[in-house]
Ligand binder design. Structure first.
Ligand code: MN
Length: 204
């Protein structure tokens, strides 16, 4: 049985960029809802001992029987994506990545501002609900991608460095239909120390 991970900060800690009510609903209703449906879908299914949600989504196509495949893809993906996303934010946000990751971002995107523009444009072009990602592949290349619904790029053997929730429930209370403004403000709470640590952990 999967349990809702606790946030490492209070619901109002990301204000004024992400408001308290949005955070509370997002964590205690939306994230919790994905976990409840995931657990329901897994009833009667024998999981490997100690299987993490990440392992399940990495091996989705290989391990999960067709009758529960979409429930696990959507709700298991929802659980994993939100677990990642809430850690990507912090009230003590560092403004930029550091070290090798910063160098690489500058090289690939022509600067940190260039990276933010490309990420925003990918996020804005996602039609409907989904996610924007900064990913790392097996060749140590970083790239931006967006995916629909709760699909997670770990299912395609990519490592997640950074992710942004583009579902309206992530911003509608405060930003209404202004996804672009939500993205602009979100940079203020990105936990680049955590993103940088992930890069150092995953790069070959
Ligand atoms: Mn969400």
């Amino acid at each position: 049985m999967f349990k809702l991970p606790e946030l490492e900060y209070s619901y109002d800690a990301l204000e004024p960029f992400i408001d308290r009510e949005t955070m509370e609903l997002h964590h205690s209703k939306h994230h919790a809802g994905y976990i409840a449906k995931l657990n329901k879908a897994l009833e009667g299914f024998e999981l490997d001992k100690g299987a993490s949600i990440e392992k399940i989504i990495i091996n989705l196509k290989k391990d999960i029987p067709i009758d529960i495949y979409w429930d696990i893809r959507n709700n298991g993906g929802g659980h994993l994506n939100h677990s990642l996303f809430f850690k990507m934010m912090s009230p003590k946000a560092s403004r930029e990545p550091k070290g090798h990751l910063l160098d690489l971002i500058k090289k690939v995107f022509g600067g940190f501002e260039g990276f933010k523009e490309r990420f925003k444009s990918s996020a804005l072009s996602r039609f409907g609900s989904g996610w924007a990602w900064l990913l790392l592949d097996e060749q140590n290349k970083i790239f931006i991608k967006s995916t629909p619904n709760q699909d997670c790029p770990v299912s395609d053997d990519k490592k997640v460095l950074l992710c942004l929730d583009l579902w309206e429930h992530a911003y509608y209370l405060n930003y209404r239909n202004r996804r672009g403004e939500y993205i602009d403000k979100w940079w203020n709470v990105v936990n680049w120390d955590y993103v940088t640590d992930r890069f150092e952990e995953f790069k070959n």
